[in-house]
Design a protein around this ligand. Sequence first.
Ligand SMILES: *[C@@H]1O[C@H](CO)[C@@H](O)[C@H](O)[C@H]1NC(C)=O
Ligand SMILES: *[C@@H]1O[C@H](CO)[C@@H](O)[C@H](O)[C@H]1NC(C)=O
Ligand SMILES: *[C@@H]1O[C@H](CO)[C@@H](O)[C@H](O)[C@H]1NC(C)=O
Ligand SMILES: *[C@@H]1O[C@H](CO)[C@@H](O)[C@H](O)[C@H]1NC(C)=O
Length: 407
Amino acid sequence: MIAVLMLVTRRWIGVEARPAVERRNLLTNGLGMTPPMGWNTWNHFYCDINETVIRESGTNILMSDALVSTGLAKLGYRYRRKSDDFFWHGHTNDCWAEHDRDSKGYLVPRKSMFPSGIKALTDYVHSKGLKLGIYSDAGSRTCSQTMPGSLGHEQKDAETFASWGIDYLKYDNCNNGDLKPMKWYPAMTRALMSTGRSIFLSLGDMHPDLWADKLGNSWRTTMDINDSWESMVSRADQNEVYAEHARPDSWNDPDMLEVGNGGMSNDEYIVHFSLWATSKAPLLIGCDVRNLSKETLAILGNKEVIAVNQDLLGVQAEKVRMEGDHKVWTAPLSGYRTVVVLLNRSPEFRIITAQWDDISIPPKTIVEARDLWKHATLEKRFVNKVKANVSSHACKMFRLTPLPLSE
Ligand SMILES: *[C@@H]1O[C@H](CO)[C@@H](O)[C@H](O)[C@H]1NC(C)=O
Ligand SMILES: *[C@@H]1O[C@H](CO)[C@@H](O)[C@H](O)[C@H]1NC(C)=O
Ligand SMILES: *[C@@H]1O[C@H](CO)[C@@H](O)[C@H](O)[C@H]1NC(C)=O
Ligand SMILES: *[C@@H]1O[C@H](CO)[C@@H](O)[C@H](O)[C@H]1NC(C)=O
């Protein structure tokens, strides 16, 4: 009970009276006011990438055909810059460059993968109204070891990315010996800022503590995810510890989505997407978007769940009640609303209850609940608690809106 109270207090402070954190940001591009949304090649293709698969994926994300009925880009797989300026971005991950730099020290796109070069790909992607991300590493070589890293070449590489029209850099943290990341990440942040091009910076380091939010728009908080239930829920847990560091333009990143890659059940992927959305995590699709099943599209395309992720309050969910295998995750939303995820990690169904006490709703408040996976507002009104019968490895996700006290 004390633990629960402390969590609630921390959250309350986080929302209502967040102390003015002294921030001398090196990165002031303002590109991450809500968590980024997009698609990345790694979780499905690993190093097997090329310009064709990226072009086809970009086209498919925009397309309206029988399979992708509305088009993912229209659903928000782009991120918000200024007011109405939406865009989607795709990334090439690791492995995109030749093994060595050229004689002048520049990175060279790998000919076998990108025969037309990266600039041509960026131009193509921009012509579709989308954005392109790229990958590098704050070490001597990237994590795959197949290409050089940017350590000691930050300025040259930042200028190269800017000249290609790159919009997003995922900057990893492999092969840098004993160097402290906080010593080497600022060099890339400064280099990117000096190019004059606004480039979203996603950091690969795992210890955000108090420095990463000055250097990047988002940062990793976990080891890599894999396409399994255990991996997914443990990433969500590890990321939750850092909840108080998340805020607009500074997001914790528990790694990219595995939804649609086939290793989990549909209910488990719904849990995955619900937890990432309420955790204000980057929503980076990691499956083959050229071939989405109806089920996968229904998850990645759930507008009401995406709206929770993109809510302008930008508060990351925390676990406020943990009883064995079931957990209540919650975050406040704009407009005095609250999102709650009732998560059942056990092998059998469980009745899970969120008390108003747990989720910072004033006592006796009458609440209307919308089931964000059924797309239905429940007829029943709730007072003091909301509860549900949740099947194994599944969740319920409700958006709670307080109603006027009397009529
Ligand atoms: C491009 O990559 C995709 C995905 O790995 C693969 O299916 C395709 O054969 C590749 N195409 C070329 C021309 O290498
Ligand atoms: C995936 O991650 C889980 C938990 O972190 C681990 O137990 C499992 O071995 C991993 N599976 C693969 C295929 O790497
Ligand atoms: C498309 O996805 C289905 C499963 O949803 C799979 O059976 C099929 O092999 C995939 N096709 C391609 C071309 O990847
Ligand atoms: C919960 O749902 C399961 C089926 O999913 C059902 O067997 C069980 O009786 C329900 N429990 C309660 C208390 O409603």
